[in-house]
Write a protein that binds this ligand. Structure first.
Ligand code: DAH
Length: 347
């Protein structure tokens, strides 16, 4: 075959390949066409093999022509390839549309346990009045759990608090030993919150063997029932809401004299009467009183010089009243359904 005829065949092959590239339906199809024409066993390679039959002057001319066709085809290929890719991308964007109005899958985020949330909020209110946190040992010396708080060994008050005894010590039955220890430091005035877990041999609808208390204690040159009442009333309004009223009923605690039980108007029904307050409109929330002179004397502090008041709440009970939780035993159970219902409240 003459060089001219072979070159003519190449021209035709180029047109054929360009048409095939241009007509490719998608990138895969286009790639197949590239293999057909430019691949190792492709049509252009077949043409190249014919070079063997040409004379020495014709060979470089034909080689040059083949290269030109090859480069041209590669250029055309690249152009078609990029326009196909662009098309395919915009089609994909069209069909893979994201519906931004759909609700998100949602993920579970943690929330503080109702009791912890209650402790935090109570702490926040009292710290605004300048009270600071004080902690103490859970396994406590009998001395601090009882004697230092004017509860001698034969005192009937020890029966009130069914105690877990461990060798030579007790699991503290209240958080009052924390402030009995603090008074011993003799650094006054003293304004502390003593809080944490306490333990009693007790378990029914309204009692747990392991629960939490929150106490506030003030010691200064002067402390009256008026100061105590003012502080508690402020606390109750901040914690349960501005309309909350507080009342005091005479009571007995060995470490305070006088002592008073604290009630507040039911935050659920605002005092109208409901199941939470057993229709009385009032709810008992804790104990309070002026620090007994014997507590000062036991700590080596002169009760003529220093006075104080204290009040304490059960945290589980505060959480139940606040959130309307019907049974105290739900609190330590970690039942997810219960926690989801109550743990998010008021966050
Ligand atoms: N410690 C008492 C108890 O656990 C509660 C209590 C009563 C605390 C009167 C006080 C208080 O601070 O003044 O039963």
């Amino acid at each position: 075959m003459s060089l001219q005829a072979m070159e003519k065949t190449l021209d035709l092959l180029q047109i054929e390949a360009e048409t095939a590239f241009a007509q490719a339906k998608n990138s895969q199809d286009l790639y197949q066409q590239k293999v057909n024409y430019l691949g190792k066993q492709g049509k252009l390679t077949e043409e190249m093999k014919k070079m063997a039959g040409l004379g020495p002057q014709e060979k470089p001319l034909f080689g040059k022509k083949i290269n030109e066709v090859k480069q041209k085809l590669e250029l055309v290929y690249a152009g078609v390839e990029s326009s196909l890719a662009e098309n395919e991308l915009s089609k994909k964007l069209e069909t893979d549309k994201i519906d931004l109005t759909l609700p998100a899958a949602g993920s579970d985020i943690g929330a503080p346990h109702p009791v912890q949330k209650t402790i935090r909020d109570m702490f926040e209110i009292m710290s605004r009045l300048g009270y600071s946190l004080e902690l103490g040992p859970l396994i406590e010396k009998e001395q601090y759990n009882f004697e230092a708080l004017n509860i001698p060994a034969d005192h009937p008050a020890r029966d009130m608090q069914d105690t877990f005894f461990v060798e030579g010590a007790v699991l503290r039955t209240h958080t009052s030993p924390i402030w009995a220890r603090a008074i011993e430091r003799k650094v006054f005035p003293l304004k502390i919150i003593s809080t944490g877990p306490v333990f009693r041999v007790d378990s029914d609808v309204s009692h747990l063997p392991h629960f939490h208390q929150f106490e506030c204690v003030y010691i200064g040159k002067k402390a009256s029932m008026g100061d105590l009442k003012g502080t508690i009333s402020f606390f109750m309004r901040e914690f349960f809401g501005a309309q909350t009223q507080t009342r005091f009923r005479p009571s007995f605690f060995p470490f305070t004299e006088p002592s008073a039980e604290v009630d507040c108007t039911c935050p659920m029904c605002k005092g109208k009467g409901c199941p939470v307050c057993k229709n009385s409109g009032w709810i008992e929330v804790g104990g309070s009183g002026l620090v007994h002179p014997n507590v000062f004397t036991q700590a080596g502090v002169d009760p003529e010089e220093w006075q104080g008041f204290a009040f304490g709440f059960g945290m589980e009970r505060m959480a139940m009243i606040r959130y309307g939780i019907p049974d105290i035993r739900l609190l330590p159970e970690n039942d997810l359904q219960f926690l989801k219902q109550f743990a998010g409240v008021g966050l």
